[in-house]
Design a protein around this ligand. Sequence first.
Ligand code: AP5
Ligand code: MG
Length: 206
Amino acid sequence: MNILLLGAPGAGKGTQAVRLAERYGIPHISTGDIFRYNIKEKTPIGVIAKSYIDKGQLVPDEVTVQIVKERLEKEDCKSGYLLDGFPRTVAQAEALEKFSKVEAVVDIDVPLDKLLKRITGRRVCGSCGESYHIDHLDGKTSCSKCGEELIQRADDNEQTVASRLDVYVKQTSPLTEYYAEKGILKNVNGMGSVDEVFDRIISVLG
Ligand code: AP5
Ligand code: MG
């Protein structure tokens, strides 16, 4: 199955994507993770991406679309994929249609006023990428999956988050209407526990 996960920054896309990818046996492809890897490795794409991500702005469509196109051509995507954080503009959605057919779009809905707390409290594993929230860590500073150190993402500060939320409202939220018109949009309430949200997603995907 070719699935997209939509949702505002902090809505829980990454958290759910890890579980969904395991459940359906398909690769989890996060453009944010791809950019962070390139930034860490100081690649030319990483240098470009950093200049936008640090300001909470979107990386230009032409850069992002090319990365996704190349990733979806890989063998492991032949039986399906789960895209997290792409597309993020109508132009990206139109470009995606030219090289792949999306079957289901899940929009994880969390009220904007709840997102800031989720994002600023997030800690991620610097090695495997697992996401946590300080409210549930009990002071732990290492990943329960792989034991590596937990870090705070460079763009998870209040100022950058404000810009990311603004960009989401203006540039990404029109995608819900775009996919609703195509009849493939599934709305999911993103409030409640991680397990509750997961169960809702599974039930809308059927
Ligand atoms: P990206 O990495 O995609 O970030 P984002 O969209 O801002 O989303 P987040 O990763 O912040 O949130 P999430 O929905 O994954 O939430 P999570 O599961 O971690 O993109 C980063 C940047 O890269 C962008 O700003 C842009 O510059 C660039 N970029 C990426 N894709 C691009 C594209 N297509 N085009 C152009 N530029 C692009 O959860 C958040 C927190 O909440 C965690 O602490 C988690 O533990 C907690 N949580 C999760 N679920 C629950 C729950 N049910 N209840 C309570 N807490 C929960
Ligand atoms: Mg994420």
